[in-house]
Design a protein around this ligand. Structure first.
Ligand code: SF4
Ligand code: SF4
Ligand code: SF4
Ligand code: FES
Length: 961
């Protein structure tokens, strides 16, 4: 069938097809210059720069190939894709030959068929003939291509030199490398370079001796490989193959869904046999990941069926008692009567709920609906309180909408990239790979971080500036950058006068020009030399397109909201908003943190960020929900803890969050949880919080339910059920059961009905439906009558609030000061292989890379304290103590320490304090004054926790008997 390329349509056409070479990149809305040619008698028009192979594939003509695939640039090494071109001598490789106007190409002639068979014969003469027992049998491009070229005999024997005895490398946790099957097409090497940007693989040797090696000819497990899986995906043979496929065979069907780990929101094909997941394959049609993945989404899914899953509802009267397994009806009945008794005794506001950024939009929506409509108050909050609540406040205040402004794709057009307080290669790996592609093309890079993150220097990427400021001084640094830009007249004057509030700008300008905001004055505060800062500010201001990417290193501070506003100020000041290649981009943490905020998880806002005190908004929900709603904001999470300790707050419904591990000042949190008379936890494991619970409702993993997640680009993507919930109910069904037991009726048959309700009540979601998502794959909100296909870039012609608002961002030093007793500053972060509190990744082979949280300390600080690498050390703060192993590294500067918080027993949050952002109460995880010394035993908290944890596990075991 004749197919014509549609200019400016989705260049991927059918994401399940491999077109052999990549599409010519679109240039925004610029018209595409088309070239027309004839292939095997069919005419086709494609953009100039397209390969003949791709043009043929668009016509459904498959040219045999081995070294080409459309996720990699053409390489031209295998010589299987030869074609004939009228008027041209020889047989050009169709993967590297580009289309020309009027060309007449023939892909199937006797001479090319013979050449292909000869080439294939050579490949097969050095390849094991074990197709029937090969793990890739039925899913092997070499096998398929041998069939396509009509190979019938191999004239060369196997007696000569060959690679058939090459040794296997089975050291990797997730895949195997069998070089006897390798055809040295170098797709793996190119995938590691072009897509992932890690450069862990090379082709070593020449000619017959050439072979694929990892790092310096090391085992995969010991190499620089970060287990993204791109090489495995690219391999056309079974040389690189998932262990799960080797062990369990080729999957038989697949379902497209969305990763449940980080906020990139990668699309995957879950490949199964029956309801057994065999592998997760990154989906080329996923607009957030374009077929790429990281180790978590690609390989770390075994937790979903781990033996630790708790799949039966349980109740108990006190946390000193063993659990009793009960039916769902009994569990929700018990929970509902407890909640009602508490409200009768302590008042309507004595109970609340916490929604989860790991659950779907529909599920978070239902939890906040339950709190507002069934509990009758606004005591609902979410884990975004402890990560990106300042983003909500800061961006709403300055730009008018609480969300990032761009698509991930936008980074392809950035000329200068500023990464502040974020570690994309560990926490946002698939986006980091895309960013590195742009950096390798020549974009300039400014890193603002107290620690030397990988992006500062990685293969073929070197930052222009690493401003390694002291923790807690982001606002000072951002103000100083703005000071340079304004004082040197480098601001975008036209943009500011057309698009921003004049009076606010003038007020801010006067403030920022004050001498105390100059780089010289601020150097003493930030520790960053004025000269460096001035040069970085000039680079940023003078860029055609400059984009800012920031993370929790900006928000989790006492001035988190001020820093977000200072970032927005900088973007407005330089005119870097409202088009591709620019923008303010929060790299949000968990998979659905954007969605949980959008869905009204905050105590002061309904879905769509509308204040509970706005009568018209409240009335629309009252009408739909059939109840009267409170017009007063409810309690935030830290207020709930304080109120529990004070005796006013007694009941909490916590879905899919582990506040006992993730929230700061653990001892304070534990005290609050012990005060509760009814803690209902809905989770897949008996997590740290569930150990304090009275009701346990089994949660469902992302594989067990339908719904949607919204990623950091505001992209809403479908989550699709591939197996029945192990605990009998998806999380939305559990919430519905609890609500019905409380007497507030909910009766949804499918999450699509919940989305329909969200759309009917939320203007930015008005056009969203499951039908639309199924048709488009995903859509970025706002999606409504004005933007029926969604909104990739925000604030294009004007800001959502009308004129942009320059907020004065006075630098105020944190109360968390170093002194003689606590002379060092501890900051925390994440690592690639583990995810958040680690409940999922600790139950996978990812433990191979990060078995415990360690303390990074500069050798000078270590030497002062007699600490050697690997020593057990006690870290003490004003909040508490914990004991970890030390790693000596100059990644951190003297005076600064760093650790992760993925393991409950390491207790990183025992040390972090109650200090929080002035506007949103987001905790100041990133700055804690501490002292460090050698330790011979674990801390008192760690011993107590171990005993308590053992008791609780014993209580769980007794529930089985
Ligand atoms: S391992 Fe696979 S992708 Fe890499 S060169 Fe060998 S056959 Fe090609
Ligand atoms: S898994 Fe990823 S990082 Fe490791 S070698 Fe393959 S492409 Fe490179
Ligand atoms: S980058 Fe994030 S969303 Fe993508 S696979 Fe990794 S964890 Fe999942
Ligand atoms: S596919 Fe063209 S040379 Fe290999």
């Amino acid at each position: 069938m004749l197919q014509f390329y549609k200019p400016n349509s989705d260049a991927r056409l059918d994401p399940d097809e491999d077109y052999g070479t990549p599409a010519v990149p679109a240039n925004g809305d610029m018209p595409v210059s088309l070239v027309s040619l004839t292939i095997d008698g069919h005419q086709v028009s494609v953009p100039a720069g397209t390969s003949i192979m791709r043009a043929a594939a668009i016509l459904n003509i498959k040219v045999p190939r081995l070294c080409a695939t459309d996720s990699l640039q053409a390489f031209g090494s295998c010589r299987l894709c030869l074609v004939e071109i009228e008027g041209r001598k020889g047989f050009p490789a169709s993967c590297t030959a580009l289309v020309e106007e009027g060309q007449v190409v023939r892909t199937q002639t006797d001479p090319v068929a013979k050449l292909r068979r000869n080439v294939m014969e050579l490949y097969i003469s050095d390849h094991p003939l074990d197709c029937l027992t090969c793990p890739a049998n039925g899913d092997c491009e070499l096998q398929d291509t041998a069939g396509e070229v009509g190979l019938r005999e191999v004239r060369y024997g196997f007696e000569g030199a060959n690679h058939l005895d090459a040794e296997k490398d089975e050291s990797h946790a997730y895949f195997s490398f069998d070089p006897s099957k390798c055809i040295v097409c170098s797709r793996c090497v190119r995938a590691c370079e072009e897509i992932q940007g890690t450069y862990a693989l090379t082709i070593d040797g020449r000619g017959f001796g050439s072979k694929v090696v990892a790092s310096q000819n090391e085992k995969f497990s010991e190499s620089e490989c970060v287990a993204c899986g791109a090489c495995v995906q690219a391999c056309p043979t079974s040389t690189l193959m998932e262990n799960s496929v080797i062990e369990q065979g080729i999957p038989e069907h697949s379902v497209v869904t969305t990763c449940a780990y980080c906020g990139v929101g990668c699309a995957f094909k879950v490949e199964l046999k029956g309801d057994q997941v065999i592998r997760m394959v990154p989906y080329k049609g996923g607009k957030a990941n374009n077929g790429h993945s990281c180790v978590k989404g690609r390989f770390a899914f075994a937790y979903a069926t781990h033996k630790d899953r708790v799949t039966t509802p349980m109740i108990r009267n006190s946390i000193e008692e063993p659990w009793k397994q009960v039916s769902w009806d009994e569990a929700v009945g018990f929970a509902a009567s407890r909640i009602r008794e508490i409200q009768k005794q302590y008042g309507r506001n004595s109970v609340g709920g916490i929604t989860s950024s790991r659950c779907t939009n529909e599920e978070t929506y239902l939890v906040q609906k339950l709190v507002r409509a069934a509990f009758g108050n606004n005591n609902v909050d979410t884990c975004a309180r402890v990560c990106h609540s300042p983003t909500g406040y800061g961006l709403k205040t300055t730009l008018g909408e609480s969300a990032g402004t761009q698509t991930f794709e936008s980074v392809d057009k950035a000329d200068v990239i500023m990464v502040i307080g974020a570690n994309p290669t560990d926490a946002y790996p698939v986006f980091a790979s895309r960013m590195k592609q742009r950096l390798r093309q020549g974009a300039r890079l400014i890193i603002v971080d107290p620690r030397r993150i990988d992006l500062v220097k990685s293969p073929h990427v070197v930052s222009d500036f690493h401003l390694n400021l002291l923790p807690g001084t982001n606002v000072a640094l951002l103000n100083a950058m703005a000071h340079v830009i304004v004082s040197e007249g480098r601001e975008a004057k036209d943009f500011i006068s057309e698009r921003c509030e004049k009076a606010a700008f003038e007020r801010w300008k006067e403030f920022v020009l004050e001498q105390r905001n100059s780089p010289a004055a601020m150097a003493a505060v930030t520790g960053v030399a004025a000269k460096e800062l001035v040069a970085a500010a000039r680079l940023f201001a003078d860029a055609e397109n400059a984009a800012i990417y920031y993370g929790l290193g900006v928000t989790e501070h006492s001035q988190g909201s001020s820093a977000v506003m200072a970032i927005a100020n900088l973007a407005m000041l330089t005119g870097n908003l409202g088009r591709e290649g620019v923008g303010v981009n929060p790299l949000r943490g968990q998979n659905n943190v954007q969605g949980s905020c959008d869905m009204g998880s905050f105590p002061h806002e309904f879905p769509g960020y509308r204040h509970v005190s706005i009568d018209s908004v409240r009335e629309s929900f009252e009408k739909h929900w059939g109840v009267q709603l409170d017009n007063e904001p409810g309690l935030r999470i830290p207020n709930m803890f304080d109120a529990a300790i004070a005796g006013h707050f007694k009941g909490l419904y916590c879905q899919g969050e582990d506040i006992a591990q993730s929230d700061p000042n653990t001892q304070h949190v534990e005290k609050a949880l012990r005060e509760l008379e009814c803690l209902i936890v809905q989770d897949i494991f008996l997590n740290e919080t569930a150990k304090f619970a009275h009701v346990f409702l089994p949660g469902a993993s992302f594989l067990e339910k339908d719904g949607t997640f919204t990623n950091a680009e505001r992209r809403i993507s479908r989550v699709r059920k591939v197996m029945a919930p192990l605990g009998g109910k998806a999380d939305w069904e559990g919430t519905m059961a609890l609500s019905n037991a409380l007497g507030y009726e909910m009766n949804y048959q499918h999450p699509s009905e919940i989305m329909d309700e969200i759309a009917s009540l939320t203007p930015t979601f008005k056009g969203v439906s499951y039908d639309l998502l199924d048709e488009k794959g995903s859509v970025q909100w706002p999606c409504n009558d004005e933007a029926p296909d969604g909104t990739p870039i925000m604030h294009v012609d004007q800001f959502v609030r009308g004129k942009g608002f320059f907020a004065v961002t006075e630098y105020v030093a944190t109360d968390e000061k170093v002194n003689k007793r606590f002379p060092l500053l501890l900051t925390t972060g994440r690592i690639l292989s583990q995810y958040n509190v680690g409940a999922q990744t600790r139950r996978t082979a990812n433990m191979h890379w990060h078995e415990e949280d360690v303390l990074e300390i500069h050798p000078h600080d270590a030497e002062d304290r007699g600490i050697s690498d690997g020593d057990q050390v006690q870290v003490s703060s004003r909040a508490g103590e914990t004991v970890l192993h030390a790693t000596l590294t100059d990644r951190v500067q003297p005076g600064v320490l760093y650790t992760t918080f993925h393991h409950p027993e390491s207790g990183a949050n025992v040390i972090t304090t109650d200090n929080s952002d002035w506007a949103t109460n987001c905790p100041e995880y990133k700055v804690t004054a501490v002292q460090v010394g050698k330790a011979s035993a674990v801390s008192e908290w760690q011993s107590k926790r171990a005993i308590f944890s053992e008791q609780q596990v014993a209580h769980l075991k007794q529930s089985d008997s």
